[in-house]
Design a protein around this ligand. Structure first.
Ligand code: PMP
Length: 434
């Protein structure tokens, strides 16, 4: 009776009794039973190198993080209306990583909740509800988040942009609307056009939300000068700027702790998710005193689980591990090594049209000679990599971009293993036929 269910029984049960839009990874799905560092282990004891999971930021089941959670869980877990040191401690340590202007925190439980709150704050701070966001952007699963996620409403099952959402073209300088030197300025002009669109309707802009590297867009680094100029236009129009750091935050991009810092700007609101809890549901919204004051208009913001002592103990442990194990530096070094080596591979295998990203948040785009996307080749690659015990994922509007965003404890040996098998697979017949 208690014997392990076979995988196909699990699959059948899911299909009948779990949400019908819940998908599975891989043609033959895997059942993972353990995680350790940058590895996952399946039911047969097969070990996989994980280059996908940017949630297990400091490594799957990191001992210090697990211990912090277990110890606090055995003491007390309550809501944040009681005094507790843990919430103050996590706030202090997070604020230390942020520019001085961003020094008020609200703790929540997911990236969606963080963006949901950020938009409520935008509305409270500006009195406006029109928001500008990127094409192929994804910001979460709630009503409001879907309404600003072109990745969803412009995709299958979507109904296009709602009245108050204004989408600028994906600022992709490889295959996007504008390429080359002036791309940053030209995409910023597109943001300006969105602002004018709002004005033409007799309304004003609430704000702009954008990821520092657009993940679902296919790991799109923002072109030079774009964010600075876009922020300037938004602020000129009375709007506020939100940086969605749910994917890229907490040291992953290497050069800087937060993604927006790559572009020398300071947002009004920063949303933080996935990495902060290393797998535990913990997220946060950082904002300025001014935004926080306007949001506190008399209506209380209460969040049952947000900022509880267990979550905060875990979040603090994560930040300390990043610091103590010098993981931001590791992301910088290993990311740079990977990028250089991938660029060398691109010379040998022209199917690699572009290698981009920062730190351990990279993308490899497959195209043919006419720059047409090669989705089947990307899919083939991740399935073949899986055969060799390496987990990878694909994304981008044409599903032709391989993403690399592993736990940031990823080592040089791991990078070499990844490159070794990638090179082997790139030489296979299927990969050469396009
Ligand atoms: N923002 C971005 C950029 C994301 O990638 C995601 C999740 N993939 C979210 C927000 C939503 O986070 P969550 O799934 O934790 O609600």
């Amino acid at each position: 009776r208690h014997k392990e269910m076979l995988n196909n029984e699990i699959i059948t049960y899911r299909k009948e009794h779990l949400g019908k839009s819940l998908s599975l990874q891989y043609k033959v799905p895997i059942k993972m039973v353990r995680g350790a560092g940058q590895y996952l282990v399946d039911q047969y004891g097969k070990k996989y190198l994980d280059t996908v999971n940017n949630v297990a930021h400091v490594g799957h089941e990191h001992a210090r993080v697990v211990k912090a959670g277990q110890e606090q869980m055995s003491l007390i877990n309550t809501n944040s209306r009681y005094l507790h040191e843990n919430i103050n401690q996590l706030a202090k340590e997070l604020i230390e990583t942020l520019p001085p202007e961003l020094n008020v925190l609200h703790f929540v439980n997911s990236g969606s909740e963080a963006n949901e709150l950020a938009i409520r704050m935008m509305k409270a701070a500006t009195g406006e509800r029109d928001i500008i966001a990127s094409e192929v952007g994804y910001h979460g699963n709630s009503n409001m988040c879907i309404d600003i996620s072109s990745y969803k409403f412009d995709g299958k099952g979507g109904k296009g942009a709602p009245e108050h959402t204004h989408i600028f073209p994906l600022p992709d300088s490889f295959r996007g609307k504008y390429r080359g030197r002036d791309a940053g300025k030209l995409y910023a002009d597109e943001v300006k056009k969105c602002i004018e669109q709002v004005h033409d309707k007799g309304r004003k802009v609430g704000g702009l939300i954008v990821e520092p590297i657009i993940s679902c867009g296919g790991q799109i680094e923002l072109p030079d000068g774009f964010l600075k100029q876009a922020y300037a236009y938004i602020r000129e129009a009375g709007g506020i700027c939100i940086s969605d750091e749910v994917q890229v935050g907490c040291g992953r991009v290497g050069k800087t702790f937060w993604g927006f810092q790559l572009y020398d700007v300071v947002p009004d609101i920063v949303t933080i998710g996935k990495p902060l809890g290393n797998g535990h549901p913990l997220a946060a919204v950082a904002c300025t005193q001014e935004v926080a004051d306007k949001f506190a208009n008399g209506m209380e913001y209460f969040n049952t689980f947000g900022g509880n002592p267990v979550s905060c103990a875990i979040g603090t442990a994560v930040l300390r591990v990043v610091k103590d194990e010098k993981l931001q530096q590791n992301a910088l070094e290993i990311g740079a090594y990977l990028k250089t080596t991938l660029n060398e591979l691109a010379e040998e295998f022209p199917i690699i049209g572009d290698v981009r990203g920062q730190g351990l948040f990279l993308g490899i785009e497959f195209v043919d000679k006419e720059m047409r996307p090669l989705a089947a080749h990307a899919d083939y690659t991740i399935n073949r990599m899986k055969d060799h015990g390496i987990l990878m994922s694909t994304d981008g509007p044409d599903n032709n971009v391989l993403k690399i965003k592993p736990p940031i404890v990823f080592t040089k040996d791991n990078a070499e293993e990844l490159i070794f098998y990638l090179k082997k697979i790139l030489a296979e017949d299927f990969m050469r036929a396009y």
